[in-house]
Design a protein around this ligand. Sequence first.
Ligand code: ZN
Length: 165
Amino acid sequence: MEAALAEAARAPAHGDVPVGAVLVGPDGQLAAADHNRREELQDPTAHAEMLVLSAAARRAGMWRLEGHTLVVTLESCAMCAGAAVAARLERIVYGAADLKAGAAWSLYNIPQDRRLNHRMELVAGVLERECASVLADFFGRLRSRSPDGAGGVDERPVLDQAGPG
Ligand code: ZN
Protein backbone atom coordinates (compact mmCIF):
# COMPACT_ATOMS: atom_id res chain seq x y z
CA MET A 1 0.00 0.00 0.00
CA GLU A 2 2.98 2.30 0.57
CA ALA A 3 3.85 1.92 -3.11
CA ALA A 4 0.25 2.62 -4.12
CA LEU A 5 0.26 5.75 -1.96
CA ALA A 6 3.49 6.88 -3.64
CA GLU A 7 1.76 6.45 -7.00
CA ALA A 8 -1.29 8.39 -5.80
CA ALA A 9 0.95 11.32 -4.87
CA ARG A 10 2.01 11.67 -8.53
CA ALA A 11 -1.51 12.23 -9.90
CA PRO A 12 -2.13 15.86 -8.85
CA ALA A 13 0.87 16.98 -10.95
CA HIS A 14 -1.37 16.49 -13.99
CA GLY A 15 -4.60 17.52 -12.34
CA ASP A 16 -5.82 14.04 -11.50
CA VAL A 17 -7.50 12.85 -8.33
CA PRO A 18 -4.80 11.05 -6.31
CA VAL A 19 -5.58 7.35 -6.53
CA GLY A 20 -2.70 4.92 -6.90
CA ALA A 21 -2.49 1.21 -7.60
CA VAL A 22 0.08 -1.54 -7.79
CA LEU A 23 -0.28 -5.09 -9.02
CA VAL A 24 1.70 -7.77 -7.22
CA GLY A 25 2.41 -11.06 -8.96
CA PRO A 26 2.08 -14.55 -7.46
CA ASP A 27 5.81 -14.45 -6.73
CA GLY A 28 5.39 -11.28 -4.67
CA GLN A 29 7.12 -9.21 -7.33
CA LEU A 30 5.73 -5.87 -8.47
CA ALA A 31 4.01 -6.47 -11.82
CA ALA A 32 2.88 -2.89 -12.46
CA ALA A 33 2.35 0.44 -10.72
CA ASP A 34 0.42 3.48 -11.88
CA HIS A 35 -2.01 6.17 -10.82
CA ASN A 36 -5.19 7.79 -12.02
CA ARG A 37 -4.61 9.53 -15.37
CA ARG A 38 -8.19 10.30 -16.41
CA GLU A 39 -7.60 14.04 -16.80
CA GLU A 40 -4.12 13.68 -18.25
CA LEU A 41 -5.23 11.25 -20.96
CA GLN A 42 -8.84 12.48 -21.17
CA ASP A 43 -9.79 8.83 -20.99
CA PRO A 44 -12.69 7.66 -18.82
CA THR A 45 -11.03 4.24 -18.45
CA ALA A 46 -7.66 5.56 -17.26
CA HIS A 47 -8.23 4.69 -13.61
CA ALA A 48 -5.15 3.45 -11.73
CA GLU A 49 -6.47 -0.12 -11.60
CA MET A 50 -7.20 -0.33 -15.34
CA LEU A 51 -3.73 0.97 -16.16
CA VAL A 52 -1.91 -1.56 -13.97
CA LEU A 53 -4.03 -4.48 -15.21
CA SER A 54 -3.38 -3.55 -18.85
CA ALA A 55 0.33 -2.96 -18.29
CA ALA A 56 0.82 -6.25 -16.47
CA ALA A 57 -1.16 -8.23 -19.04
CA ARG A 58 0.81 -6.67 -21.89
CA ARG A 59 4.09 -7.42 -20.15
CA ALA A 60 3.07 -11.01 -19.42
CA GLY A 61 1.57 -11.49 -22.88
CA MET A 62 -1.47 -12.93 -21.15
CA TRP A 63 -4.82 -11.46 -20.13
CA ARG A 64 -5.20 -13.94 -17.27
CA LEU A 65 -3.58 -12.56 -14.16
CA GLU A 66 -4.34 -15.42 -11.82
CA GLY A 67 -2.59 -15.28 -8.49
CA HIS A 68 -2.15 -11.50 -8.72
CA THR A 69 -3.10 -9.03 -6.01
CA LEU A 70 -4.36 -5.55 -6.85
CA VAL A 71 -3.48 -2.99 -4.19
CA VAL A 72 -5.29 0.34 -4.56
CA THR A 73 -5.67 3.37 -2.32
CA LEU A 74 -9.41 3.82 -2.96
CA GLU A 75 -12.13 1.20 -3.27
CA SER A 76 -12.55 0.21 -6.92
CA CYS A 77 -15.47 1.41 -9.04
CA ALA A 78 -17.72 -0.91 -11.06
CA MET A 79 -15.48 -0.71 -14.13
CA CYS A 80 -12.29 -1.58 -12.27
CA ALA A 81 -13.89 -4.26 -10.11
CA GLY A 82 -15.30 -5.78 -13.30
CA ALA A 83 -11.87 -5.70 -14.90
CA ALA A 84 -10.40 -7.42 -11.84
CA VAL A 85 -12.92 -10.24 -12.26
CA ALA A 86 -12.18 -10.41 -16.00
CA ALA A 87 -8.45 -10.68 -15.23
CA ARG A 88 -9.11 -13.51 -12.72
CA LEU A 89 -7.23 -11.76 -9.95
CA GLU A 90 -6.76 -13.52 -6.65
CA ARG A 91 -7.21 -10.57 -4.33
CA ILE A 92 -8.02 -6.86 -4.09
CA VAL A 93 -6.58 -4.88 -1.20
CA TYR A 94 -7.81 -1.31 -0.82
CA GLY A 95 -7.43 1.58 1.58
CA ALA A 96 -10.31 4.05 1.76
CA ALA A 97 -13.90 3.07 1.07
CA ASP A 98 -15.76 4.98 -1.62
CA LEU A 99 -19.36 5.11 -0.46
CA LYS A 100 -20.43 6.99 -3.60
CA ALA A 101 -18.94 4.78 -6.28
CA GLY A 102 -17.30 1.78 -4.65
CA ALA A 103 -18.06 -1.58 -6.20
CA ALA A 104 -15.98 -3.72 -3.88
CA TRP A 105 -18.27 -3.49 -0.87
CA SER A 106 -19.93 -0.06 -0.68
CA LEU A 107 -22.51 0.00 -3.51
CA TYR A 108 -21.86 -3.41 -5.05
CA ASN A 109 -19.58 -6.30 -4.32
CA ILE A 110 -18.61 -7.28 -7.82
CA PRO A 111 -15.42 -9.16 -6.84
CA GLN A 112 -17.44 -11.53 -4.67
CA ASP A 113 -20.70 -11.79 -6.61
CA ARG A 114 -21.58 -15.48 -6.77
CA ARG A 115 -23.38 -15.01 -10.08
CA LEU A 116 -20.10 -14.22 -11.81
CA ASN A 117 -17.65 -16.85 -13.01
CA HIS A 118 -14.82 -15.73 -10.77
CA ARG A 119 -14.55 -14.44 -7.23
CA MET A 120 -11.65 -13.15 -5.20
CA GLU A 121 -10.56 -12.21 -1.74
CA LEU A 122 -11.18 -8.64 -0.58
CA VAL A 123 -9.18 -6.85 2.06
CA ALA A 124 -10.46 -3.36 2.96
CA GLY A 125 -9.22 -0.54 5.14
CA VAL A 126 -5.46 -1.04 4.77
CA LEU A 127 -3.77 2.27 5.70
CA GLU A 128 -7.26 3.69 5.37
CA ARG A 129 -6.49 6.93 7.17
CA GLU A 130 -3.46 7.68 4.98
CA CYS A 131 -5.32 6.79 1.78
CA ALA A 132 -8.29 8.95 2.73
CA SER A 133 -6.16 11.92 3.78
CA VAL A 134 -4.35 12.02 0.42
CA LEU A 135 -7.77 12.54 -1.18
CA ALA A 136 -9.01 14.94 1.48
CA ASP A 137 -5.86 17.07 1.12
CA PHE A 138 -6.28 17.19 -2.65
CA PHE A 139 -9.90 18.29 -2.50
CA GLY A 140 -9.12 20.68 0.34
CA ARG A 141 -6.51 22.41 -1.83
CA LEU A 142 -8.97 22.66 -4.73
CA ARG A 143 -11.55 24.27 -2.47
CA SER A 144 -9.10 26.75 -0.97
CA ARG A 145 -8.09 27.77 -4.51
CA SER A 146 -11.60 28.61 -5.69
CA PRO A 147 -12.75 32.16 -4.84
CA ASP A 148 -16.09 31.21 -3.36
CA GLY A 149 -14.70 28.27 -1.45
CA ALA A 150 -17.19 26.01 -3.14
CA GLY A 151 -14.73 23.80 -4.93
CA GLY A 152 -14.36 23.02 -8.58
CA VAL A 153 -14.95 19.30 -8.85
CA ASP A 154 -18.14 17.40 -9.28
CA GLU A 155 -17.04 14.01 -8.09
CA ARG A 156 -15.81 14.06 -4.54
CA PRO A 157 -15.35 10.59 -3.16
CA VAL A 158 -17.08 10.20 0.15
CA LEU A 159 -14.47 9.48 2.75
CA ASP A 160 -16.37 7.93 5.54
CA GLN A 161 -14.25 6.43 8.26
CA ALA A 162 -17.02 3.95 9.01
CA GLY A 163 -16.10 1.93 5.94
CA PRO A 164 -15.40 -1.77 5.73
CA GLY A 165 -12.57 -3.51 7.48
ZN1 ZN B 1 -12.26 2.58 -11.39
